[in-house]
Write a protein that binds this ligand. Structure first.
Ligand code: 5GP
Length: 378
């Protein structure tokens, strides 16, 4: 056994150092990034992807695409791709889905076959199948079989953007990039609905993972997508300063209208102060309390390897992911656009604090400082 003594850092262990800046206003900040992937075709957008969990819906993609942001559609909605690409006569919508959607598969030949069929179907309908962005997602990307599978997908789709994960250390990033990944998805155990670290003790803090894995990927002309653990816009800013090329978020979008899942109403009794005014002087002379029933709304939020998800989406399909996920109820948050506005506003502001004109430059312009306490992220 070897004990690595260097302390690895997570979001709550660092802050971004403010710097002199020539930026006059937040509106000067450019959030769009142009990507030139190692193998796949060029593409552009704001480098934020909604996770292929309950947040990976076509409804989410509608809103995200309007904002030039991305969504990895959850596997259990894959049968809708065919409809959206081939039967949909609204070409503008098809373009939106292709430009900003990722088609997610796991590590099975069946899923790859289904993707090939959808891609060929779309091509015979006049589409260009090399524009389909592919996300190969499994919980543990550390097996040789996974690297071989990535190569297989690359052979079938030589010009497509391919994301592969999850891993959290440089040597596996290199292996996956050499096997054909344009981007490696980084994150073992940080997810909001994840219990991997509790169940197995395995994991890697995200800020260190980002810095180390980006270094490995960039050296080979590829990129990384930091996936999981971001709870607020400031965490996303820290991820970009830590050289992540893109980020993937799930929990931050949970509870929104666009998230798939049931809405639950709970009724609470609350006491309300009932002020009684003196009619002549307008001064309060007395008060009493009255009971009021109020409604609080929640949405069910769950990890993709929770028992709940396995029952809901993968009837009979075992081992899609390890059973290291939880189910919880999160407060209902309304339209996701509110969260997007808050997130993009935070990123623009972060850029002005460090003199960065774009997300692309945040790694170059920014400095992370280690802090001595777990500061409040909420
Ligand atoms: P979040 O933004 O919610 O913190 O993290 C989202 C990420 O958590 C997903 O993109 C995925 O990588 C990971 N994830 C989703 N469901 C599960 C699960 O059931 N178990 C584990 N270990 N990770 C999950």
């Amino acid at each position: 056994m070897i004990l690595e003594n260097e302390i690895k850092l997570d979001f709550q262990d660092v802050l971004i150092r403010p710097k002199r800046s020539t930026l006059e206003s937040r509106s000067q900040v450019n959030l769009i990034k142009n990507f030139k992937p190692k193998y796949g075709k060029e593409f552009s957008g704001i480098p934020i992807i909604a996770a292929n969990m309950a947040t990976g819906t076509f409804k989410m993609l509608e809103v995200f695409a309007e904002n030039k942001m991305f969504v990895a559609i959850a596997k259990h909605f894959n049968n809708e791709w065919n409809y959206h690409l081939t039967e949909n006569k609204n070409l503008e919508q098809v373009k939106k889905y292709i430009d900003y959607g990722f088609y997610t598969i796991g590590m099975s030949d069946n899923e790859l076959l289904q993707l090939i069929q959808v891609a060929n179907g779309w091509e015979s309908d006049g589409g260009d199948k090399s524009n389909i962005k592919i996300c190969i997602d499994i919980a543990n990307g550390y097996t040789q079989r996974f690297a071989s599978f990535v190569k297989k997908v690359r052979d079938a789709f030589p010009k497509n953007v391919i994301v592969a994960g999850n891993v959290a250390t440089p040597e596996m990033v290199q292996e996956l990039v050499i096997a054909g990944a344009d981007f490696c998805k980084i994150g073992i155990g940080p997810g909001s609905a994840c219990t991997t670290r509790l169940k197995t003790g395995v994991g890697y803090p995200q800020i260190s993972a980002s810095i180390e894995c980006a270094d490995a990927a960039h050296g080979l002309g590829a990129g990384i997508i930091l996936d999981g653990g971001m709870r607020c816009p400031g965490d996303v800013a820290k991820a970009f300063v830590a050289n992540s090329d893109m980020v993937m978020i799930g929990g931050m979008l949970a509870g929104t209208d666009e998230q798939d899942g049931e809405t639950i109403s709970k009724w609470f009794e609350s006491e309300e102060l009932d002020l009684i005014y003196n009619g002549t002087s307008n001064q309060t002379v007395d008060f009493s309390t009255k009971k009021k029933i109020v409604e609080n709304k929640y949405k069910v939020w769950y990890g993709m390897s929770s028992e709940y998800a396995q029952e809901k989406h993968m009837s009979g399909m075992k081992n899609y992911r390890t059973s290291e996920g939880r189910k919880e109820e999160v407060e209902y948050k309304g339209p996701v656009q509110n969260i997007i506005d808050d997130l993009l506003g935070g990123l623009r502001s972060a850029c002005t604090y460090i003199g960065s004109q774009s997300i692309k430059d945040m790694g170059k312009c920014g400095t992370l400082i280690r802090t001595n306490r777990q500061h409040d992220r909420f």
